[in-house]
Design a protein around this ligand. Structure first.
Ligand code: BES
Ligand code: ZN
Length: 459
């Protein structure tokens, strides 16, 4: 079957070195959306993507928003044929802790089959594979078998507010399509592709605890004045049960859609190696909500996590000090039908309830994402499944994932078409971690997967 795309595959094989050099240029731009110091890099990165789409032969533009720019492109030379909207993001997470990288995060390095850099898999490498698939087809044939649109954002890693507004305002006019295809996730295992039917949502908050008007001597004042760092630890320890792993926030589980029996049964039958999972992560045991397996906890049950904790003396040696303040960044991963805004309110109420005396607490909502269950039926879904099978020799596992992609729920709601999450990465890609990587074999096979998807979608 894959032979129908042989012409384009030949070109991809001949030109793969060049594609890799272009991807490295993309990865050299430190487009860290959460850090205002990188605003210029974010703007430069959007223009980089627009140029690449233009070079590929699409009509492309950088669209300014109140936040970071969007990149929009289209090719509509196949009247009567379906239209596919590709989505990706050019922003990345902060690279720290820097000292844990083997090479600087924005100096992409090839080690054997691995391309190591921040954004390598999440999502520059995967999004670029979509772009290169279209570029290779246009270069080889002068046309595409279907119509394509691209919408690539620079705020995915901070909640995707601008793209959300854009999609709602558009209402499915310019963005009208038959399916959205996203490559911003991973395969189930090497050689085993996946198609996702669910993503978690997110409510991300920050707690700031304040005590005395200045840092104090911990001997002179310790025991007489509430210590904000101690108080923060008390608050945090009261937000979940260390024994059962259950979240201790009143009302937190009220809207949770229970796992279906069929999913629990199917997930239990997946070839998931718990021992290998622990080994790869360097943990002696897994921990989570009692009564659920690791896959159920990560894909289908809501959780709470401290992402960062600060306050007090952090330098070398010891300083005897009672800090004036302390803070924590706390996120909750949500499942259908939890609502991020409601959960953030429940969280704030709980913190107020459990906070110890003698300190004041400020809580802010940072960002969020809706949890989603996704429609994966229809001809383009079949084309995606067939394409994955053409390349990997196996049909994809239909699974859920624990990550979030905020705009997915909005696409589904506004465009009313299937949103197909065709992940090209691998589970050990270290997204958001030091030494993030993308396998070159995933990059090249990913390009081919998208080519097959387009050829198959033409019918
Ligand atoms: N690529 C991830 C989402 C993902 C991860 C999907 C793993 C499937 C499996 C995405 O770029 C991401 O990290 N999103 C953020 C969004 C959040 C900040 C709103 C996330 O999940 O932390
Ligand atoms: Zn990410």
């Amino acid at each position: 079957m894959a032979s129908e795309s042989k012409d384009v595959f030949g070109r991809i094989e001949r030109e793969q070195e060049g594609y890799l050099e272009e991807l490295k240029d993309f990865l050299r731009i430190p487009s860290i959306s959460t850090n205002p110091e990188h605003k210029e890099d974010v703007l430069r990165c959007a223009d980089f993507v627009t140029e690449k789409l233009r070079d590929a032969g699409l009509e492309a533009e950088t669209i300014a928003t109140d936040g970071n720019p969007l990149v929009y492109a289209e090719w509509s030379g196949a009247p009567g044929k379906p239209t596919i909207l590709f989505y990706g993001h050019y922003d990345v997470q902060p690279p720290d802790p820097l000292e844990e990288w083997d090479h600087p995060p924005f100096e992409p390095t090839v080690e054997g089959d691995l391309l190591v850099a921040r954004g390598a898999t999440d999502d520059k490498g995967q999004s670029f594979a979509q772009i290169k698939a279209v570029a290779a087809m246009l270069a080889e044939r002068g046309s595409l078998p279907v119509n394509v649109k691209f919408l690539i954002e620079g705020e995915e890693e901070i909640g995707g507010e601008s793209i959300d507004e854009f999609v709602y305002a558009d209402g499915g006019e310019r963005l009208a399509c038959d399916a959205v295809v996203i490559s911003d996730s991973s395969m189930f295992a090497p050689g085993q592709p996946s198609l996702l039917y669910g993503l978690k949502g997110l409510a991300y908050t920050e707690i700031k605890v304040k005590g005395p008007e200045r840092d104090l001597h911990s001997g002179t004042y310790g025991g007489a004045v509430a210590n904000p760092a101690n108080a923060l630890a008390t608050i945090i320890s009261r937000l979940w049960d260390a024994e059962s792993g259950r979240v201790n926030i009143e009302g937190f589980y009220d809207d949770v859609k229970p796992l279906e029996d069929w999913e629990r049964k199917q997930w239990a039958e997946l070839p998931f190696d718990e021992e290998e999972y622990r080994r790869e992560l360097g943990v002696e045991e897994t921990f989570g909500e009692a009564g659920y397996s690791t896959l159920e906890r990560t894909w289908g049950r809501p959780t709470i996590d401290v992402n960062g904790l600060y306050g007090g003396y952090q330098g070398a040696g010891a300083k005897t000090v009672l800090p004036a303040w302390a803070g924590a960044k706390v996120s909750m991963r949500l499942v259908p039908n939890q609502d991020p805004k409601k959960v953030a309110r429940l969280f704030a109420a709980q913190v107020e309830r459990v906070k110890p005396a003698g300190v004041t607490v400020e809580i802010s909502e940072v960002h969020g994402a809706q949890p989603v269950l996704i429609e994966t039926q229809g001809p383009i879904a079949d084309a995606a499944t067939g394409a994955q099978e053409d390349i990997w020799g196996k049909p994809p596992f239909l699974i859920r994932e624990g990550g979030s992609i905020p705009v997915v729920a909005t696409f589904a709601e506004v465009l009313k078409v299937p949103v197909l999450l065709v992940g090209l990465g691998l589970p050990d890609d270290r997204l958001h971690s030091p030494n993030e990587k993308f396998n070159l074999s995933c990059f090249y096979n990913g390009i081919k997967t998208i080519v097959r998807l387009l050829d198959r979608a033409a019918g």
